[in-house]
Design a protein around this ligand. Structure first.
Ligand SMILES: *Cc1c(COP(=O)(O)O)cnc(C)c1O
Length: 473
């Protein structure tokens, strides 16, 4: 019996093959050699699919070359209907934010330079003005993301002290972000109160009063009693990615702020989404509004820049002037500072919110969330008509979601295009769409591929049509 691998050509042999050598133009030799080795490796792993002739070998080497030079971070079309799709990069930026990024990136900038006075400036001023103006917060700063803003707020407030958190809010946000773990990393100590479904103001009050001694050590097996200092902070966390229903209770932010004042403890609110405008008239109800929380009197409010705010990945920290100043001068702030591109994008996004109608029009996340179903139906019908007949494309009603840890459980009546081509399974077609030069990420439901148009920008429709035609061709 002969081993089919024996029949594989050598690297040198393939490199001399004229069809392969023809690929070398403009390609570094090392890259070509790596691609040849890659193609040989594939053939060794699956000998029955090994290229049969020189042309097939050249095609395999070309595929390897292309996949090696293709960036791993590429544009993709989100046809899932999930507006804040974390895996697909959350919020697309507005034109204004894109222009600001380009402007800040192409040359030098006044990132930390005060041009009026001709001296060193502060990167924290850029968004702080807009944030306080738009939310009514006494002071503001921004960092890399909301997780780091929360870390900074906790580290600044607690520094080894106890932080009270409801057992109903010890949550995981996603991507391994768990409130108890962030709290531990900040150096604070978790003091749980209440139960999973019900935590009342009285639970916080009791925890604040219960200073004294406690037994240290695990499992009650000895350990020296130590003085227990009163808690230093209360953390309230918005349950942004799930909903509790039924026999539930929680203390409101306002109640906790009043309690914090009375007992002189810091109150931190992790709000998550960063919603700036009330969307309840559009059927989007139940997310806390950032400006309302900012005016609550909480010591600090933390939110994301790239969720409902519709800006770049960023962490927004609003709060009292004294607390924000302490955060700003905490050495940790240096480690989690935002870069100039993020500052440019967030500033430009925030500026749109000076005019609510403009924000709703220009911020893609707000536009997608509030697009009326009738408009989406018309767009889906138009898109279906541009697809090849072999796709058997029809307009279909869909249920889109907000995603990204916002408005959990809420479904948006939406519209899409259902594809049921003959001779190709829905999963097979979805895979081909994913493998397109610009991946098109779609859902497979009921044996059909469904492209929800809510998250497909009008200027992406052509890309989708091309990908479908290529997948079927
Ligand atoms: C999303 C979220 C975070 C984390 O925000 P990032 O900007 O992703 O770091 C923290 N807390 C809540 C409540 C969230 O919803």
């Amino acid at each position: 019996m002969t081993d089919p691998r024996r029949r594989l050509p050598s690297v040198d042999h393939l490199l001399k093959e004229s069809a392969v050598a023809a690929l070398a133009a403009g390609v570094p030799r090392s890259a070509l050699v790596r691609a040849v080795r890659h193609a040989l490796g594939d053939a060794r792993a699956a000998p029955e699919q090994a290229p049969a002739d020189a042309a097939a070998w050249a095609a395999a080497v070309l595929r390897a070359l292309e996949s090696a030079t293709r960036p791993t971070l590429r544009r993709a079309v989100n046809a899932t209907g999930v507006v804040l799709h974390t895996n697909l990069g959350r919020a697309p930026l507005s034109e204004a934010a894109l222009a600001a990024v380009r402007e800040a990136a192409r040359g030098y900038s006044t990132l930390e330079y005060d041009a009026e006075r001709g001296r060193r400036g502060d990167r924290h001023v850029h968004c702080a003005g807009l944030l306080t103006e738009l939310t009514g917060a006494p002071a503001a700063m921004m960092v890399n993301n909301a997780a780091s803003a929360l870390l900074l707020a906790l580290a600044t407030a607690a520094a080894g002290g106890d932080v009270i958190v409801s057992r109903g809010e010890l949550i995981e946000i996603g991507g391994g972000f768990r409130i108890p773990e962030i709290l531990e990393k900040s150096g604070a100590r978790l003091l749980e109160v209440g139960t999973t479904n019900r935590t009342k103001l009285a639970d916080y009050e009791r925890a604040l009063k219960a200073a004294g001694t406690e037994a240290r050590g695990h499992g009650g097996t000895g350990g020296r009693p130590r003085e227990r200092r009163p808690p230093v902070a209360i953390l309230k966390v918005h349950r942004s990615n799930f909903r509790q229903e039924g026999f539930v209770a929680e203390a409101s932010l306002e109640e906790l702020v009043a309690l914090g004042r009375k007992r002189r403890v810091t109150v931190i609110y992790d709000l998550g989404g960063g919603l700036m405008v009330d969307l309840s008239a559009d059927g989007l109800d139940g997310e806390p509004l950032l400006p309302r929380a900012a005016k609550s009197g909480a010591t600090a409010v933390v939110a994301s820049g790239d969720k409902l705010l519709g800006g770049p990945q960023a962490g927004i920290l609003l709060g009292t002037a004294a607390f924000v100043e302490r955060c700003r001068t905490n050495p940790l702030a240096r480690a989690i500072r935002a870069d100039k591109l993020t500052i440019a994008a967030l500033s430009a996004t925030l500026a749109l919110y000076r005019d609510t109608a403009m924000a709703r029009r220009e911020v893609p996340v707000l536009r997608m969330l509030t697009e009326p179903r009738s408009v989406l139906v018309a767009r889906a019908e138009r898109l279906a008509a541009t697809l090849p007949p072999a796709a058997h494309a029809v307009m279909t009603a869909t249920r889109a979601a907000v995603g990204g840890g916002a408005f959990p459980g809420l479904e948006l009546a939406s519209a899409g295009v259902a594809l049921a081509p003959e001779g190709l399974s829905a999963a097979g077609l979805a895979e081909r769409l994913r493998l397109a030069a610009t991946p098109v990420v779609a859902l497979v439901t009921g044996g059909r591929v469904v492209l929800d148009v809510r998250t497909i920008a009008p200027e992406e429709e052509r890309t989708v049509a091309d990908a479908v035609a290529a997948a079927l061709g």
